[in-house]
Design a protein around this ligand. Structure first.
Ligand SMILES: *[C@@H]1O[C@H](CO)[C@@H](O)[C@H](O)[C@H]1NC(C)=O
Ligand SMILES: *[C@@H]1O[C@H](CO)[C@@H](O)[C@H](O)[C@H]1NC(C)=O
Ligand SMILES: *[C@@H]1O[C@H](CO)[C@@H](O)[C@H](O)[C@H]1NC(C)=O
Ligand SMILES: *[C@@H]1O[C@H](CO)[C@@H](O)[C@H](O)[C@H]1NC(C)=O
Ligand SMILES: *[C@@H]1O[C@H](CO)[C@@H](O)[C@H](O)[C@H]1NC(C)=O
Ligand SMILES: *[C@@H]1O[C@H](CO)[C@@H](O)[C@H](O)[C@H]1NC(C)=O
Ligand SMILES: *[C@@H]1O[C@H](CO)[C@@H](O)[C@H](O)[C@H]1NC(C)=O
Ligand SMILES: *[C@@H]1O[C@H](CO)[C@@H](O)[C@H](O)[C@H]1NC(C)=O
Ligand SMILES: CC(=O)N[C@H]1CO[C@H](CO)[C@@H](O)[C@@H]1O
Length: 428
């Protein structure tokens, strides 16, 4: 634990940093118009991670993709031990600390490596809440740090394979939060100056817009694109034409109703679907949860109607429910469920109706069902047990092979629903 010797609060001096970053554009003869990072799906946690490099082509760090975290965070003790990182910790009150809006100041650097080689007296650190599957609702202590990083870009329209981001600012934590070392940190895509989209936008003059396309396979990778990269989808299909847009302020999406096979799900308080004056309700998207989480009464009524539509007499499909498979409650024999190439398993379609009926997010079988084995598949929704404000948290499985386009300047989200229906997919 760091000893907090004094605290500061200074007006933001953001422009100091901005000018540092713009100076770096000159280092590129032709600055990239966009960057595409590959995103892999981890084979046991099923979460998605990307990489940054300490040197062009060497020493990758695996970072969990997190749509809402406010910075890039690296477990420095571990990466330092593997000799993967050289960095400078920022001095209290420096433009870097102000940029990260961090006003906690520590005389030393805690119990680990920082003390010996990297610690400087009076360095700034943050203690930010981190709500996550792995970290729990914990306070993450991390030092504001800068290092030169490289991104391996897969943008076909650019000849630059490795793009250097000089003096990238990140949070360097000395604790090992990820059991088993599954990743080295978190790539925060949230809406703050030190998050990845904003630092890339500042370095390269990109707009603060990025697209996310997660692969459903652990064997082939999806991607995130920043700036004006050429997105790697089937060139014969203009996917942009199929995007629908919805407001996405503070990561919340308002839902007006939920339908299963075109029938409105009722029996629960519909007010739960939109955010209320005290900040409760609505829907968010989380790449750090493997499956969609629903508030109890929504969960009950959605799963009940889904069950009725799939197995009821009138469905005439002879689909049988089988024993639950953790963490899922509703599991079915695959025997009488057909699978279509461009839809996945043929099961009742779930629609999240957003502003109006024309703007709905369709969840078809490929995204609603989770294959357990050859005989069994389960509805991939789970009950909410945490104390978060939102009523629905869309998980990673439900956005795989969907194109999501986040525009942080206009707070709009563009979404495609399943790309499989458009004859393309996220995996490259
Ligand atoms: C997951 O990937 C690791 C590393 O590639 C491999 O050793 C392991 O066998 C894989 N596990 C499964 C369940 O496929
Ligand atoms: C760290 O600080 C030294 C001394 O100011 C500087 O030469 C070096 O470029 C810095 N490195 C990074 C990664 O910021
Ligand atoms: C940054 O982008 C904007 C809009 O695309 C453009 O007008 C401006 O000239 C660019 N600035 C630099 C320094 O390239
Ligand atoms: C794709 O569709 C969008 C939206 O309809 C349109 O603005 C754009 O020009 C189209 N692109 C191509 C290459 O046709
Ligand atoms: C908002 O929703 C929460 C949780 O459902 C409820 O406790 C609270 O009273 C609501 N506030 C308002 C202003 O409606
Ligand atoms: C969640 O609810 C709490 C308690 O009302 C509120 O302070 C907080 O701002 C809300 N969070 C969001 C993201 O709206
Ligand atoms: C459903 O099962 C019944 C009784 O086993 C059978 O008569 C019927 O043909 C089956 N229907 C379909 C669509 O498979
Ligand atoms: C929905 O789309 C139809 C057909 O394009 C259009 O006529 C109707 O006005 C739209 N409704 C709303 C609420 O936007
Ligand atoms: C059809 C159905 O399951 N309705 C349920 C909807 O949720 C409420 C609240 O949990 C239940 O009371 C209903 O039975």
């Amino acid at each position: 634990m760091a000893s907090i010797t004094y605290t500061y609060s200074l007006p933001s001096l953001l422009f100091v940093f901005v000018s540092l970053h713009y100076a770096s554009i000159a280092a590129y003869s032709i600055p990239p118009k966009g960057i595409i990072l590959r995103v892999a799906k981890h084979n046991s946690t099923l979460l998605h991670y990307t990489q940054i490099h300490r040197e062009a082509g060497y020493s990758p760090l695996d970072l969990l993709v997190d749509l809402t975290y406010k910075s890039v965070y690296v477990e420095c003790a571990r990466t330092y031990n593997r000799n993967l990182l050289t960095f400078n910790i920022s001095r209290c009150g420096s433009p870097e600390c102000q940029f990260a809006n961090v006003d906690l100041c520590s005389e030393d650097c805690g119990p680990h490596v920082f003390r010996t080689e990297h610690c400087i007296k009076y360095s700034c650190f943050s203690a930010s809440p981190f709500h996550d599957l792995y970290l729990g609702n914990t306070f993450l202590l991390g030092w504001i740090t800068e290092a030169n990083f490289y991104f391996q870009s897969h943008d076909k329209s650019s000849s630059q394979k490795f793009v250097e981001i000089p003096r990238f600012i990140f949070t360097c934590a000395d604790d090992d939060y990820f059991p088993g070392g599954i990743v080295d940190g978190v790539a925060g895509l949230g809406k703050s100056p030190e998050a990845l989209p904003s630092q890339l936008a500042q370095t390269f003059n990109f707009s603060r817009k990025f697209s996310l396309c997660l692969s459903s396979s652990t064997k082939s990778k999806g991607w995130i694109s920043f700036g004006d990269a050429k997105i790697p989808l089937n060139p014969k299909v203009n996917v942009t034409k199929y995007l629908k847009y919805t407001p996405f302020a503070n990561s919340i999406i308002g839902v007006t109703s939920i339908e299963v096979n075109g029938k409105t799900v009722d029996g629960f308080n519909q007010e739960l679907l939109s955010i209320n004056d005290s900040g409760f309700g609505g829907m968010t998207i989380s790449t750090t949860k493997p499956y969609t989480i629903m508030e109890e009464s929504i969960y009950k009524n959605v799963t009940a109607l889904f069950m009725k539509e799939l197995t009821g007499n009138r469905a005439k499909k002879n689909v049988t429910r089988v024993a639950s498979v953790e963490p899922f409650e509703f599991c079915y024999s695959s025997k009488n469920i057909k699978t279509k190439k461009n839809l996945g398993p043929v099961v009742p379609q779930i629609d999240l109706v957003l502003q109006n009926k024309n703007i709905s997010w369709t969840i078809s079988g490929a995204n609603s069902m989770v294959k357990i084995d050859k005989q069994v598949m389960c509805l991939g929704f789970v009950r909410k047990t945490d104390g978060n404000n939102w009523s629905i948290e869309i998980g990673a499985h439900q956005i795989e092979d969907n194109l999501l386009q986040f525009d942080q300047d206009s707070s709009q989200l563009g979404f495609s629903s399943s790309l499989l229906a458009l004859n393309t997919a996220c995996a490259k």
